[in-house]
Design a protein around this ligand. Structure first.
Ligand code: CAA
Length: 388
């Protein structure tokens, strides 16, 4: 039985800032952002979108009635939770009208949360082959205006349906995980923006990747030659390139060239969307699948990293029925409809935050199906605009 990713969908708000504009406003050489960081555009998330609405906007694209009836769990990876207690997954269940007889759980380990969900989903479906699991990675990456991390912000959601006989990526059984208490990136409960030891976080990311990739090779006997592509968590796309370069010398010249080409395909969308935290690896996977021209049966290695820190390397095989055309069309439509905002407009949107009292938000500028309408009696009010 093959268990893996049967369907995958993406959502991000339709506003973005161009990073050449941002570089000029910050008096920085644009090539630092475009080449040095490897980002060219960045999603700007309005106050009317949060982790729940973005997840609903992504997941609503992929669930049929048959999927809904087969769902056993909703596993919601996020580090942008909207409540200290109430699970984002149960809000999602209600917005999507999912059956009540399912587990709805929010998972947190910085950017690793969705991978935790994917691994749990795989184990669960292996035990309950008739069931399916909805796995979410949904986040808003915020470091603050005029900070070194500003160029690595972004936001959005990826939704994945895990099932048997998966039509996109069959997940292999072997994976290697590493966990260690590290203070590279964190966000105390009282803060809206993350705190980060930027250069240390890059080093820990590379250390974790090389450690789990080495252990994976010892465990499985496979080498870098066995992979057709490596996909990485991409907080900014240069980060993945640095990780890839750390292991490329293990490959022969032809394989090096192929892996570099695949990496370029895997960062096309991330370069224009920005950091999704939990969703970044899976947006990169979508970018690879849409732009990489990989044949059926290709083995893709995936490195997931969550600060604090947890890293996991695992692999999957591309299924014969996968057709990239629908993915390509979705992203062409998404990028075609986005609105570029000026730097002052981005700063205004960034500085808007929810008050700690009741409020009714103006949602006119937000084109998404699911929006945050406001707060009443300390309770978030969500709206599905397809309903009256
Ligand atoms: N032309 C081309 N390249 C240029 C350039 C120019 N004019 N000017 C500078 N560069 C290059 C630099 O040489 C450097 O390249 P290398 O990294 O290859 O050496 C790159 O641009 C960045 O320059 P700096 O290191 O000087 O940049 P910085 O100090 O301003 O900050 C950063 C960079 C540390 C990544 C910062 O943006 C940051 O803190 N980001 C958030 C932390 C982060 O994303 N960490 C990743 C690991 S943690 C994680 O993955 C979890 C998560 O999602 C947060």
């Amino acid at each position: 039985m093959t268990v893996g990713i049967d369907k995958i969908a993406f959502f991000a708000p339709d506003t973005y800032v161009d990073l050449t504009d941002l570089a000029q406003a910050r008096d920085v050489d644009p090539n630092k952002y475009l080449i040095g960081i490897g980002q060219s555009e960045q999603t700007v998330v309005p106050v009317t979108q949060d982790a729940v609405t973005m997840a609903a906007n992504a997941a609503s694209k992929l669930l049929t009635e048959t999927d809904r009836q087969a769902l056993g769990m909703v596993l919601f990876g996020t580090e942008s939770g909207v409540d200290h207690s109430k699970s984002a997954a149960v809000y999602l269940r209600s917005l999507l009208d999912l059956p009540a007889s399912i587990r709805t759980v929010e998972l947190k380990h910085a950017c690793y949360g969705a991978t935790a969900g994917l691994m749990m989903a795989k184990d669960y479906v292996t035990l309950h082959p008739e069931k399916k699991v909805l796995v979410i990675g949904s986040d808003i990456a915020r470091y603050g205006l005029n900070t070194p991390g500003e160029v690595t912000q972004g936001g959005g959601a990826v939704a994945m349906l895990v099932s048997q006989n998966a039509r996109i990526l069959a997940l292999e059984d072997d994976s290697v995980v590493k966990s260690e208490d590290a203070m590279d990136f964190w966000r105390p409960l009282y803060r809206k923006e993350a705190l980060v030891d930027g250069h240390a976080s890059e080093n820990i990311y590379i250390d974790f990747f090389t450690a789990v990739f080495d252990d994976y090779q010892k465990l499985t006997g496979r080498t870098i030659e066995d992979f057709d592509a490596l996909a990485f968590h991409l907080p900014f796309t240069k980060m993945g390139l640095k990780a890839l370069r750390a292991v490329l010398p293990q490959a022969n010249d032809l394989k090096q060239q192929r892996l570099l080409e695949a990496f370029e395909a895997s960062r096309v969308y991330n370069r224009r969307v920005g950091n999704l935290y939990t969703g970044s690896l899976y947006l990169s996977l979508m970018s690879l699948l849409a732009n990489g021209e990989l044949p059926a049966g290709s083995r893709i290695g995936l490195f997931s990293y969550g600060s604090g820190a947890e890293g996991e390397f695992f692999a999957g095989q591309l299924m014969p029925d996968f057709d990239p055309q629908a993915l390509q069309a979705d992203f062409a439509q998404f990028f075609g409809q986005r609105r570029r905002v000026s730097v002052p407009a981005y700063e205004r949107l960034f500085n808007q935050s929810l008050p700690d009292h009741d409020v009714l938000l103006d949602t006119k500028a937000d084109s998404a199906r699911f929006v945050l309408r406001g707060i009443t009696h300390d309770q978030r009010q969500y709206q599905d605009r397809t309903k009256a």
